[in-house]
Design a protein around this ligand. Structure first.
Ligand SMILES: [Mn+2]
Length: 240
């Protein structure tokens, strides 16, 4: 079955060409795909389903149309929209995927991940990640008033941008060792992930096996693109 994948749109909470692009992309997917997989950081900020569903009402409605049409709609959370929850699932008909997980795409078992867990050389980020993925921390956060959640998220985002700008580029990419381990552990020969904003197809050998790691592109107004994988395995860009 034909699958469409996309990640790292970082849709802002205000009107944007990216948001228009995503609506076009979903409309195109609806015409062609049997499965649509959102691979994280679709939304730049998601500080609870109550707020997110209002802020991104058009996107939620478009996703709902997709699943209502019988398309298998899946999502993995990223490091921006990791609070996508049951309310989002109910509103869109999307079903969550654990990170990482193996999905057969174009007949080929493929390890899917957002990718941030493999940026292991970035110790500061990994510490932050452990805290924000803690279920208790998330429960407490979601009990806070909306305005406060929004302010905390804005501050964290500003800090993250400032800190990332000072880090060497190799640190914010995936760790080669983490990738080798992931291939070995999953026993697959293909990984597809996002997060690093370094779109490419990398070829490598792991335990004597030819393996491939494809990084999805992040979205800019100049490049709004996902990946289409046909039933026969053929891969082509899926532009908005
Ligand atoms: Mn990310």
């Amino acid at each position: 079955m034909t699958a469409w994948l996309v990640s790292d749109l970082h849709l802002p909470p205000k009107p944007s060409p990216l948001r228009e692009g995503f609506l076009r992309w979903l409309a195109a997917a609806a015409q062609d795909a049997r499965q649509v997989i959102l691979l994280g950081d679709i939304f730049e900020a998601w500080v609870g389903d109550d707020l997110g569903i209002e802020t991104y009402a058009e996107e939620v409605a478009a996703l709902r149309r997709l699943s209502a049409a019988g398309i298998d709609l899946r999502f993995m959370v990223g490091n921006r929209d990791f609070l996508l929850g049951n309310g989002f699932c109910a509103a869109t008909g999307a079903r969550p995927l654990p990170d990482p997980c193996i999905v057969t795409l174009g007949g080929r078992p493929t390890l899917l991940s957002h990718g941030d867990q493999w940026c292991r050389d970035d110790a500061g980020y990994q510490r932050y990640r452990r805290v924000v993925h803690h279920a208790g921390v998330q429960r407490l956060f979601l009990r806070l008033p909306r305005a406060l959640r929004q302010r905390i998220a804005d501050r964290l985002r500003r800090q993250s941008r400032a800190v990332t700008a000072t880090k060497p580029v190799t640190i914010t990419d995936v760790s080669p060792q983490a990738i080798i381990e992931a291939f070995g552990h999953a026993g697959v020969d293909r990984i597809i992930h996002g997060h690093t904003h370094r779109p490419a197809v990398h070829h490598l050998t792991v335990d004597g096996r030819a393996c491939e790691r494809q990084v999805l592109p992040d979205w800019t107004p100049a490049r709004m693109e996902g990946l289409r994988i046909a039933a026969d395995g053929q891969r082509t860009p899926a532009p908005a």
